[in-house]
Design a protein around this ligand. Sequence first.
Ligand code: NAP
Length: 443
Amino acid sequence: MPGVTDFEVTDFSVAVVGAGPAGLYAAEALAKGGVRVDVFDRLPTPYGLVRYGVAPDHKSIKSIARYLQRVLEHPAVRFFGCVELGTDVTRAELLACYDAVLYSTGAMVDRRLDVPGEDLPGSVAATDFVNWYCGHPDAADHDFDLSVEEVAVIGVGNVAVDVARILAKTADELAQTDIPVAVLDALSRSRVRRVHLVGRRGPAQAKFTTKEARELGELPGVSVHVRPADLELDPASAELEAGDRHVRGNLAAMRAWTGPPDPARDRRIDLRFWRAPVEILGSARVEGLRLERTALVDGRVRGTGEYEELPVGMVVRSVGYRSLPLDGVPFDERASVIVHEKGRIADGEYTAGWIKRGPSGVVGTNKSDAAETVGVLLSELGGRPRPVADIESVLASKGVEFVTYRGWLGLDAAEMALAKSLSRGERVKLGTWDAMRAACPPR
Ligand code: NAP
């Protein structure tokens, strides 16, 4: 089978579906391999979770977009925004237009708790709440009731910490971020004063990273508190602390929070460990959360039969993301990932990112992940029949109005101009489909 290394400059072309970090790192590696790359996204915007997952106040992580922008500006790379796989273009059409197709559609759907009361108004998925404050156009109509004083966030990963931090900050503290105008306005009316972060296991098993934990402790006007009893370690956790820098860092951060809350600070975050949600309480909307105390037995969380209730008016479940299957692509429903071998799915089909490995790691993890897939892809390129169709003709025949890279730059410029006019930093996102489309110049 001829590999790409057999050609100086090839006329091979690859479709990458999903313009998030995994897709763009893959596009970069493919372009370096001498391959033409078309990157598709259902949104008019590139950058995936860098734009719609990284918290608005984490500007240094968001600056990864500047690196990814260079990938889109490579002469061998084209961007096709507003093209959804399955709706605007089919898998078969892509396979007819390209030598290979690489799926990097991520994991944008929430996991459920499966407890009674989960569908009450006021019980929400972190995926929706994050989409909303990140200005995702699909979340523009969400209406979160922030007139409540206490909120529980279930889960102790980095997303839960992001949600707690955004809820605990004042709108003034968020003004210099890219949060859309309507969302910042809603946050300015928030009456939330206390956020409970609830872990079903102990502090040594918390998934958040130490940098993110420390950031909570540095929030002005916010008391962060954890009960000393919750930080007592069982032998397995003590062993973890001794052997794992991450656990040691987290515990050191949390031990600084065992004192009494500072009365001068009017907002508060409470970390609560060894508590699993068993029911979201309320008749017409969330009025409380029932938790069962837990203990680790042989490394597994077990309920102890002791219960307590938190008087919260909103529950945010932040218990992980999952991917959706793609039509015709083999999918492992249990793990919520595409079935693959080192990123190879079948002849001409490959995958990278969260839909390949699950929702784990930091943005940069996608670079090595994409490199593995692209290595396999390049070694197999030329092993199947050459393309017989042209993507632009296919899209035109179906009346699909895609957004080019130039179109995205128009939207990009409109967001920066909006920020300037409002004196709100570098960018303020346009958060509705209509506003976004209107800001993209026609092709
Ligand atoms: P995560 O790190 O996997 O955390 C999920 C949390 O939900 C865990 O504490 C887990 O507890 C808990 N959980 C799962 N099922 C539960 C249930 N039924 N009841 C109660 N708790 C439950 O996921 P994530 O926070 O969504 O983050 C996804 C990825 O994005 C991670 O790799 C994260 O580091 C990354 N991320 C990074 C940043 C950053 O770098 N600043 C920001 C956001 C996200 P168990 O451990 O007991 O399962």
